[in-house]
Design a protein around this ligand. Structure first.
Ligand code: CTP
Length: 399
């Protein structure tokens, strides 16, 4: 099953319908993990839920066994969608106000996974201004709703408050998962991105570096993650913040960067945006080099490993799409084409980094995308926009 729903079963007579919902989801190839609230357990048993989900049912916020298997924070991240069915007036109120005093409400507060609620409650409770306020707050927070339907209620009254039927909820889930897929075309793909400069030590206090800020590489990592890719960002020392939702591996030297990249394989996509130092000092001293008043120290340099070329020519774990950058100050396109051939990568993002362009450290970039099928010049764009376009092109490539 490629999709998973985290189903929170609240306390209401409609809870029995959630069992049918799990069965319908499973028929559509959607797996379910369930959280059963204390009130929910008055209506369905953990055993019937777990028999249908084929998984453990989570009930306690402070369960030592559960926490050692899967912490409640992690639990909130395992699913593509969180579904609250039945969503009681109490659960809606807690979620609207950010309360977190049990496993269900803590999970709802601790997640950035989309949430779908299927309310079920007495008609007066549903129409009460407090519930309607909570409904508006939750909608404003991005929660989507299915139902409630109008009809005879278990309590003998008539009106809106009946939980939507399992078939309707399952359809809403499939629709929402489909929409999520469309917005996350790189879901299921893994990407490795290098960023920033490298620092090559001369001695314990001095190093060779360059002017790379990491802005472009970090923006690419963020853009790929936004499209659903699992991103590992390997970066030299930078002052820009780590984008949310990526695995960050900080490194200093080119050799450390290469080791971190190799450890991050296999990956479907590799984007080498780092400005890797071409050379390092042959014998970086363990002690600070002192002036002796006579000679300047001879700095013998040796060439660093080429990370882009290593990934492009990896004998058994070459990423399916390898993209390099070409930082040039003249003859941008011919040099970029030559670099693409020399390093064996699929695409090269070429840019002119002459000081007058302000690219190094700046906010904007003007790039030319060089691929097998030719060159494409993009207009001058903010680096975040270059990243978004590149991520979209990558998604197109895999679609
Ligand atoms: N690159 C790399 N490892 C290196 C050097 C460069 O992975 N040791 C990658 C960069 O991340 C970039 C591409 O290679 O994607 C080209 O980098 P660039 O600095 O433009 O080219 P160099 O290979 O350094 O060649 P030159 O400096 O001679 O232009």
């Amino acid at each position: 099953m490629s999709k998973r729903v985290l189903l929170i079963v609240g306390g209401g007579i409609a809870a029995y319908k959630s069992l049918e919902l799990v069965r319908l989801l499973s028929k559509s190839g959607i797996a379910t993990t369930a959280i059963l609230t204390k009130a929910g357990a008055q209506f369905v048993t953990p055993l019937s839920l777990s028999s249908l989900t084929g998984d453990k049912v989570y009930q306690d916020l402070f369960s030592l066994t559960d926490e050692s298997e899967m912490g409640h924070i992690e639990l909130s991240r395992v699913a593509d969608l969180i579904v609250v069915a039945p969503a009681t007036a109490d659960l809606m109120a807690k979620a609207a106000h950010g309360l977190a005093n049990d496993l269900a409400s803590t999970t709802l507060l601790a997640t950035d996974t989309p949430v779908l609620m299927a309310p079920a409650m007495n008609v007066r409770m549903w129409l009460h201004p407090a519930t309607q306020r909570n409904l508006a707050t939750l909608k404003g927070d991005g929660v989507t709703f299915i139902g409630p339907n109008e009809g005879d209620m278990a309590c003998g009254e008539y009106g809106p408050g009946r939980m939507a039927e399992p078939g309707e909820i399952a359809a809403a889930i499939r629709k929402q998962l489909g929409a999520l897929d469309a917005a996350r075309p790189l879901a299921g793909k893994s990407a490795l991105v290098t960023s920033g400069p490298t620092h090559e030590p001369i001695d314990p206090v001095r190093y060779i570096a360059n002017r790379s800020s990491g802005k472009q590489g970090h923006a690419i990592a963020a853009a790929l993650a936004a499209l659903g890719a699992r991103v590992t960002l390997v970066s030299g020392p930078v002052g820009v913040p780590t984008p949310p939702g990526v695995t960050f591996v900080p490194v200093e030297t080119a050799r450390e960067m290469l080791a971190a990249c190799e450890a991050a394989l296999p990956a479907d996509i590799a984007v080498c945006a780092a400005a890797v130092a071409d050379w390092r000092v042959a014998d970086a001293g363990a002690e600070k080099i002192k002036k002796d008043g006579k000679d300047v120290p001879p700095l013998a340099l040796v060439e660093n490993p080429d990370i882009l070329a290593t990934l492009s020519r990896h004998p058994f774990r070459r990423p399916r799409l390898v993209i390099g950058f070409a930082a040039e100050t003249e003859n941008v396109v011919p040099y970029a084409r030559a670099k693409r051939a020399k390093k064996g990568c699929d695409w090269i993002v070429a840019n002119d980094v002459s000081p007058e362009t302000g690219v190094m450290g700046g906010e904007d970039n003007t790039v030319i995308l060089v691929s097998e099928s030719g060159e494409e010049t993009w207009p001058k764009l903010p680096k975040t926009e270059v990243a978004a376009r590149l991520a979209a092109r990558i998604a197109d490539h895999f679609s």
